[in-house]
Design a protein around this ligand. Structure first.
Ligand SMILES: [Zn+2]
Length: 1066
């Protein structure tokens, strides 16, 4: 007779735990029966591969005997194993698997095809030798295992994000075959899920107790030694899980995912293999579980797999067609969300979507960026123009200070564009199907009552090989079980369509950037990578413009537009904008790769530029140097007249004579360069014709002070390089506060809580130490009339110092500060600060295709959490009628508190790259006081000018003098705009149409205007297109009021709007 007893909750829970424990009572419990029989492999042989080699090479390797217990290494090396398997005949009819644990990542190959990943972490150690029970003819098998000597997170020395231990060895702990008893497997999951419900459902509800009694009954029923009881025990669980929900229950849209960082604690090449390991697991599960869906982002990873694993790629394609392997995101990689330029953002989508279109005949309808360190306020518009109206992330759940108030909401960008946004409320993209997570997903959800649906992404990321069978089995049990949200296998489209249809009008709106209150050291870490990214963005801009001009002028039949090479370079640049590379949070190996990629872009880009230039100016008789301006406004700037290499003062004078330049109009600088003022038309060129310097710049030494003056500003500096006064003529205002010095370098202690390369903490602000020790005090190096310069050097510490040249040109409205730093610090942060006399509530920062304001006070927790913020080429602090802007050529970190604006220069994190940022650095920033608004004062254009230097190209390298009868190259402009409010950001060849160009403009001031774009490039037709370069139907361009005239188009453009046009060339 059965004895009914009161269940003590804790003992019953622990009874269930022990029944399926991996560690306790494993000789008698349920789990001990999972693999009832095991046998050794017939043989294991090993080939030490010379690197990450193709399978054909690996199979041809020389294999030697190996055994369990042996270790393999060092870190990053590759080892192939050939396994001879003979399954005992009496196992036929049972499920049989290989159990392999090399404590590392590994990939199983059969018949030269990758079939399944294995990983040391997360216990993915088992590979089924057949689909279902094994047949007699499957008993003899030869399979290969490719072992990678790294773990899920690389090989961090004493902890995940530490630099990799270069000499780690991995032990082959297990290699054998076993019978797998699926009945036991099912019971283990039954017990686990019932136990978890009993444990995690609220104590004041009945359902948890029902689970507790059910699991207890199951254990009583299940006699582990008697398989005839298994079915009855399983039926008890099934009966319980079958008790369904009411109609109002929340629905979780479950989809598999594997967040694979394109490079991070391992190099790019390892990611290619991580994709193969993860995606092969996914394909295997898809064959077994017909409703399983998997979301997969990053076109680059698809392209890698296509290239390296073509057979697997074909299989992926077939599952994509069936709507189960779902490409998402639309971008080339999951890029950083703060640092890339506006054009880079567009290209991430353009090249991503073109790839998906070509390969899978569909584009993505959602942007997928779950793991990036903040999201630019311009992203909604860029998504919209690339046909994307939906957005997914979860990273804001990492914010340290404030909890973001929504999980489902409309996100509105600076131009007013909106996208439906969702943060899966489990606050993770690595769910496992556990009861606890599912309950948290529901309780944490911020938009209850507004939408009854949310997304649930399950699967291990990086080297964890994505979703596992356990996860699918768990989710299957709770599809519709009372007490838990309903779970359905779904797709992003199904989720977003449901919300759009049912809840769109109930959702709240968030306007502006999605600022992550963490990881704000990533605006500064790995300074050289950020500089190279900026240089390459600019070079590709210039290359595309020049190549388009070369295509449209001269002899079109001869000039072959280098579309393939430009695309290759763009893809390299986009790759390195990945959200752990550009932000500075990768290991040293990754930065070696990235540096090589940038070198490649710079070298090939320069050569493409030269070819285009040569074609553009071919046939011109003037052999004077040509000055090229790639920006869309006429520019007056100071250039160096090209001369003989390593010029002395004498040869500099000689070369100026040779070029027939008027020496009166030149200035020989301290390096014996001839400086000249030139005037260059917009998007065009002219012969180097020195302009008269109408307002010479002056420098005067008065005691210990240095007074600099040109037509735009006067400055007073002391002998340490501090700016004491900075005034705009005609006003009595000094922009620099009397209480502190401007251009003051400051050092901070920069020891974060954990994420070294990522985080600068708020408390660093309390450790400010001004850099005061002068090595060489200011000396005047250039005296005018075109340029004056001062030079000085400072000691930062015993190991680090800096040298700065501050110059003022006759025709520029800013002090330019060219800075060289020798940097050997440990967890220090170098900034330069500008205490102003300005009274404002917010500062403005340059972002992609526009700018935003952020507060300069700490009123609320939302304000002070933004103690370090991201901006691009400039930041400005203004009050009505007056302001100060800081421009820069390669920096992204700023902070502004009250009246003090600071530019972040260098950090010194030690993990995961122990050598990050050590050594020599060169960067330039500029200080620009102004009257009026920063828009009217030209801050935006001046920041572009600082970043896009004029090209001075010597056309004639023969050294011969200019022919007497030669005429100067006519100043030529190819594109003009009639307002500084609108900037022509991009001129490129259309990806989809030969003989057409794409022009991209944006409104930069933040106010609607009407603008006219004129072109001297002869064209037949001009019309609007979207970011994917498809024509926009006329009905959708009503608000732009397009008016096409002879070689021009007039249009209305909204604040911060980005407009793209196609011109069909004649
Ligand atoms: Zn990531």
């Amino acid at each position: 007779m059965e004895h009914v007893v009161i269940k003590h909750k804790r003992t019953t829970l622990e009874r269930a735990e022990k029944f399926i424990s991996v560690h306790h009572f494993t000789d008698v419990n349920l789990r001990s029966r999972l693999y009832p029989k095991k046998a050794s492999l017939t043989s294991i042989s090993h080939f030490e591969a010379p690197g990450r080699i193709p399978v054909e090479e690996a199979l041809a390797g020389t294999y030697k005997e190996a055994k369990v217990g042996q270790s393999f290494g060092p870190t990053w090396s590759t080892h192939w194993f050939c396994l001879d398997i003979a399954v005992p005949e009496d196992w036929v009819g049972q499920e049989v698997c290989l159990l392999w644990n090399s404590n590392s990542e590994a990939l199983v190959w059969r018949d030269s095809t990758p079939v399944q990943g294995l990983s040391g972490e997360h216990q993915r150690h088992s590979f089924p030798l057949a689909n279902g029970p094994i047949w007699k003819n499957q008993c003899r098998q030869k399979i290969y295992v490719e072992m990678a000597c790294n773990g899920l997170f690389g090989a961090g020395d004493n902890g995940m994000i530490e630099r990799p231990d270069p000499d780690r060895y991995f032990t082959l702990a297990q290699a054998e075959i076993a019978i797998f008893d699926r009945r036991i497997y099912n019971l283990i999951l039954d017990v686990e899920m019932l136990h978890d419900m009993a444990k995690h459902l609220p104590d004041n509800t009945e359902r948890g107790y029902q689970a507790l009694y059910t699991v207890n009954k199951l254990i009583n029923t299940c006699n582990v030694e008697d398989p005839s009881t298994y079915h009855k025990a399983h039926a008890i669980a099934e009966e319980f899980f079958k008790q369904g929900n009411g109609a109002s229950q929340h629905t979780l849209h479950a989809m598999g995912h594997a967040h694979i960082d394109t490079a991070w604690l391992w190099p790019y090449d390892e990611t290619i293999r991580k994709c193969a390991r993860s995606w092969s697991c996914t394909l295997q599960l898809m064959e077994q579980y017909p409703d399983f869906t998997f979301t997969c982002s990053q076109a680059q990873q698809f392209e890698w797999v296509k290239q390296h694993y073509p057979v697997m790629y074909d299989k992926i394609k077939s599952f994509v067609q069936r709507g189960r392997f779902i490409p998402v995101g639309g971008t080339w990689v999951e890029m950083d969300g703060n640092l890339p330029s506006g054009e880079s953002f567009v290209r991430q989508f353009l090249y991503g979507q073109l790839f998906f279109q070509k390969e899978f005949d569909k584009t993505c309808s959602e942007f997928w960026l779950p793991d990036t360190f903040g999201y630019s306020a311009q992203l909604p518009q860029i998504m919209n123009i690339c046909n994307i109206k939906r957005f997914l992330t979860q990273k804001l759940s990492w914010s340290l200070v404030n909890k973001f108030p929504h999980h489902t909401f409309w996100w509105q960008g600076i131009d007013g564009s909106k996208v439906l946004s969702h943060f899966p409320p489990g606050d993770s993209y690595e769910m496992k199907g556990n009861v606890k997570e599912v309950l948290f997903t529901l309780s944490n959800y911020q938009d209850k009552g507004r939408s009854g649906h949310s997304m649930y992404l399950f699967g291990y990321g990086d080297g964890g090989n994505g979703p596992s069978e356990d996860m699918l089995q768990r989710l299957r049990r709770i599809e519709d079980t009372d007490g838990l949200p309903r779970v359905k296998m779904s797709t992003p489209d199904e989720y977003f369509s449901t919300v759009e249809k049912n809840d769109g009008d109930k959702l709240c709106k968030w306007k502006g950037e999605l600022y992550l209150e963490l990881h704000n050291g990533t605006y500064t870490s790995q300074a050289k990578i950020k500089e190279l990214n900026r240089r390459c963005e600019i070079l590709l801009h210039d290359v595309e413009l020049m190549s388009c001009l070369a295509l449209t002028t001269g002899l079109p039949s001869v000039y072959d537009y280098p579309a393939d090479e430009i695309l290759r370079l763009w893809k390299l640049l986009l790759l390195n904008q990945f959200h752990d590379v550009l932000p500075g949070s990768s290991i040293e190996l990754v930065y070696k790769d990235a540096n090589n990629h940038y070198k490649d872009i710079l070298k090939s880009g320069k050569s493409l530029w030269n070819n285009a230039f040569g074609h553009l100016t071919a046939g011109q008789s003037d052999s004077r140097p040509v000055v090229v301006n790639t920006l869309s406004w006429e520019r007056s700037d100071v250039v160096i007249v090209p001369g003989e290499e390593k010029e002395s003062k004498e040869t500099a004078e000689r070369s100026s004579k040779k070029l027939k330049l008027d020496n009166e109009l030149l200035q020989l600088d301290v390096y014996s360069n001839n400086l000249a003022i030139v005037l260059v038309p917009s998007c065009g060129y002219t012969s180097l014709v020195p302009q008269e310097c109408q307002f010479p710049v002056r420098v005067v030494k008065k005691g210990d002070l240095y007074e600099l003056e040109n037509q735009y500003l006067t400055a007073v500096l002391n002998s340490s390089g501090h700016v004491l006064e900075l005034c705009v003529p005609g006003t009595s205002r000094n922009a620099i506060s009397a209480s502190h010095h401007g251009n003051q370098f400051v050092m901070y202690d920069d020891v974060p809580l954990y994420w070294d390369a990522w985080d600068v903490m708020d408390y660093h602000l309390e450790t400010r130490k001004p850099v005061t020790e002068v090595i060489e005090s200011v000396k005047i190096t250039d005296q005018g009339p075109i340029r004056v310069s001062l030079e000085f050097s400072l000691k930062i510490s015993d190991k680090s110092y800096l040298k700065q040249i501050i110059s003022l040109d006759a025709i520029t409205p800013y002090l330019k500060c060219e800075t060289q730093v020798t940097w050997h610090e440990n967890r220090k942060f170098l900034k330069v600060e500008f205490p102003t006399t300005i009274n404002a509530n917010a500062a403005s920062y340059d972002i992609q295709f526009g700018h935003i304001q952020r507060s300069n006070h700490f009123n609320t927790s939302w304000n002070w959490a933004q103690f370090e913020v991201c901006g691009h080429k400039w930041a400005d602090l203004s009050e009505y009628g007056f302001g100060l802007a800081i421009l820069n050529d390669s920096k992204y970190g700023y902070s502004c508190l009250d009246n003090v604006l600071r530019l972040s220069l260098l950090r010194a994190p030690k993990a995961p790259d122990a050598k990050a940022d050590m050594g020599a650095h060169k960067f330039t920033y500029a200080i620009m006081p102004h009257t009026g608004t920063f828009q009217e004062a030209g801050v935006i254009q001046q920041a572009y000018n600082l970043n896009y230097p004029l090209y001075v190209q010597q056309r004639d390298d023969t050294g011969e003098t200019t022919p007497v009868n030669s005429t100067a190259l006519e100043p030529t402009s190819f594109f003009q705009l009639d307002t500084p409010q609108v900037i022509l950001e991009t001129v490129k060849k259309c990806e989809k149409k030969n003989g057409s160009l794409v022009l991209r403009v944006y409104e930069a001031f933040g106010g609607e205007t009407r603008a006219c774009l004129t072109s001297s490039v002869p064209f037949n037709n001009i019309y609007r297109c979207n970011g994917l370069e498809d024509p926009v139907p006329a009905a959708e361009t009503v608000t732009e009021e397009l008016d096409v005239g002879e070689n021009e188009i007039t249009f209305t453009i909204r604040p911060f709007q980005v407009l793209s046009f196609i011109i069909d060339l004649q």
